[in-house]
Design a protein around this ligand. Structure first.
Ligand SMILES: *Cc1c(COP(=O)(O)O)cnc(C)c1O
Length: 488
């Protein structure tokens, strides 16, 4: 399997090379030349997450030996996860929730970022590269910690995480700034997530800077979902969810299932699209946005326009106006040339238009406001005592709107992307009559523990107790300079 750039100007590379590079030389994202088909019948008895992961991922990562890939998988999906199933499906009301938050940092980013460091170091080793890898990552809150946890103290790597100052939850920030490890740096950027992500992309597309770094023995790479090594592992859990429903006799084998996905950078839902192209019986993929509904407008009109107010919501990991992975979908439907043009327009004018006509029948899209998120957390809790975080609540709210307005008879799986413990204030605000505004994070978490049936995840307990180590705050114009300084 070869990988090419979405903009068509960078030639073919192997999966190992694509994982090492992160971004293609022409500024595009790597995509497989074709999406492989899988014989889903053969997976029916694949109950073990690791075995399923191997069957799916081997079709994309064809230059990994069986031994290499199995080692990566075994090192990733181990007892860092507090659930035997890794990603269990739970029935709630009349839909199913796929819980993706049982990893080390209690967010779905762990699904991919617990394996990416292994994929990357395996690739570097077999490509015989002399340089150390420097991972640059922009985070809207969850990627940062998951990447830090994955790369901390990994030999021959360094990691620098940039997060928007004031743009992440208190727990998310604590998780990051308490990260130990002699190869890790965490930096707050004065700006929002898009500023931070653009800053990182600019560093990557600065050829001169990249060459300077290579001369000094460092190769820049990315742990963001633009890296194909993040996308591929995410395809697995769509199969895993489906097979759980079959085994529990909730659906018949072959029956279509709809998925609603809380969406920011479009990585998670794109993995679902790939799963469907591989042959998984998927009905609709429903894009769920918060008040930053740039994707909803796009799927309704064909006009992508980021020229709008950036809104800080209670689901910060979805506060995004430039959804990087959408470029891969556009490439799938429209090819290189239109993709290049659209991305050029996005940089120059902040917008582009495409004729969606029939091609986007695969998707539906809607959004939930901050108030709707709050009332959704409350109503699900009242009906079932099941507590969800604000990102999951966005998706539940949107899934209900979709089911009311369409006449889909398909079963619905909602992807749950974070533990409620990561967002104690928003969750408590929703389920309690009144909440003292002056409670500390510790007190909020304790309060939540009193009403949750789930034990407090280890990673959250540590974040609260551990010493804060990283306190650097910079302007967005300083990002490149800071990378240079932090490395040598
Ligand atoms: C990253 C994240 C999302 C959005 O995922 P994308 O792949 O960026 O669309 C949703 N919820 C949570 C909790 C996240 O951390």
């Amino acid at each position: 399997m070869k990988y090419v750039s979405t903009r068509g100007m960078a030639g073919e590379v192997s999966s190992k090379q694509a994982i090492i590079k992160g971004l293609a030389d022409d500024g595009g994202l790597f995509v497989p030349v074709e999406i492989p088909k899988i014989d889903i019948d053969s997976l029916l008895y694949e109950e073990d997450y690791k075995e399923l992961a191997y069957e799916v991922m081997k079709l994309f990562l064809t230059d990994f030996t069986e031994d290499e890939l199995k080692k990566c998988i075994n090192n990733a999906y181990d007892d860092k996860f507090d659930e035997e199933l890794i990603a269990p499906v739970v029935k709630v009301e009349d839909y199913y929730v796929l819980e993706l938050f049982h990893g080390a940092t209690s967010a779905f980013k762990d699904m991919a970022l617990s394996i990416l460091p292994h994929l990357l170091t395996t690739s570097v080793k077999s490509e015989n590269m002399g340089e150390d890898i420097v991972i640059l990552t922009a985070t809207s809150g969850d990627t940062g910690k998951a990447a830090l946890a994955g790369f901390a103290n990994v030999k021959a790597t360094k990691i620098i995480v940039f997060y928007p100052d004031g743009g992440v939850s208190e727990i998310q920030k604590k998780q990051m700034v308490t990260q130990a490890g002699d190869n890790v740096s965490v930096v707050a950027v004065k700006g929002n997530f898009d500023d931070t992500q653009t800053g990182v992309k600019n560093i990557f597309s600065n050829k001169q800077f990249g060459e300077e770094m290579l001369d000094k023995g460092y190769r820049l790479s990315s742990a963001n979902s633009i890296n194909i090594g993040r996308l591929v592992p995410q395809i697995v859990y769509y199969f895993h969810a489906y097979l759980q429903l079959v085994r529990a006799s909730e659906i018949q084998f072959g029956q279509k299932v709809d998925f609603t996905v809380p969406t920011g950078n479009f990585g998670d839902i794109l993995a679902g699209f790939y799963a469907r192209q591989m042959g998984l019986p998927v009905g609709k993929l429903v894009v769920a946005s918060n008040d930053n509904k740039v994707l909803v407008d796009f799927f309704r009109s064909g006009n992508y326009d980021k020229n709008r107010q950036f809104i800080l919501t209670t689901s910060p990991s979805m506060d995004i106006l430039v959804s990087s992975n959408l470029e891969r979908l556009i490439n799938f439907y429209y090819g290189d040339e239109k993709t290049s043009q659209a991305m050029k327009n996005l940089v120059e004018d902040g917008k582009y238009s495409l004729d969606l006509s029939t091609v986007f029948d695969d998707f539906d899209a809607d959004f939930a406001t901050v108030d709707e998120v709050k009332s959704t957390i409350a109503s699900v809790y009242d009906a079932t005592t099941y507590l969800v975080d604000p990102h999951t609540a966005v998706a539940i709210n949107v899934s209900k709107k979709y089911r009311n307005s369409s006449n889909s008879q398909n079963k619905m799986v909602v992807l749950s992307t974070a533990s409620p413990y990561k967002f104690p204030k928003s969750v408590l605000n929703a389920v309690k009559e009144s909440l003292d505004d002056n409670l500390t994070v510790e007190e909020l978490v304790e309060e939540l523990r009193n009403i949750m049936r789930l034990p407090l995840p280890k990673g959250i307990a540590n974040a609260i107790e551990d010493q804060e180590i990283h306190d650097m705050v910079i302007d967005k114009e300083e990002m490149k300079e800071v990378v240079g300084k932090l490395i040598y």
